[in-house]
Ligand binder design. Sequence first.
Ligand code: 5GP
Length: 210
Amino acid sequence: MQIEVFSYLCILCFSKFKTYPMKALEDRILSDGKCFDGGILKVDNFINHQMDPILMKSMAVEFVRRFASRDITKVLTIEASGIAPAIMVGYLLELPVVFAKKNVPNTMRNMISTSVYSFTKERTYQVFVNKDYLCKGDKVLFIDDFLANGNAAKGIIDLVSQAGAELVGMGFLIEKAFQHGGDALREAGIHVESLAVIESLDNCQIKIRR
Ligand code: 5GP
């Protein structure tokens, strides 16, 4: 593990089991986030299109802290928006990062797949992972940008189960609590961590749960 992250964790060792809101992320959502009809939050300016690597690194450090007590061997995400936070987490933990692909190249053999309903695109798509990169014995931390209805997360649970791997936890940069995907995952006993939780986007006002 990086020395920098190790020192950060040492400073926070007495608070290992507490979760702190990520104020920097919350402030950024309030200043730069844009609300769209249908409960969509656009964070294109620092996460989904233009990316802020400094904030991305702080978010990854926070994930490392929140999952510090867990034994993880692999970081998993879905392309495309999950890749940046996932690779930061994988870099800090010095673990391989795998992303579920939305298209299968002709050369890809030996894969498992599942279908995911996309809330933002309003359609179902397949995601694929090569069995060589997600297999029995893997202890998987899933990282993604948003948790809304939890469909992407359900697809990942299915892929991990097909692979015979173990799901250790799921980390999201932003959870939209009003869509309740997180409730279902937590009720299923999954260790879920979200760095910022949006209470509501009613009337296009961003309301953060503090
Ligand atoms: P879910 O599967 O939990 O319903 O939705 C999660 C996926 O949909 C995420 O991977 C994210 O790409 C996308 N998503 C859901 N809600 C939003 C949103 O408000 N803004 C953006 N930018 N993406 C979202």
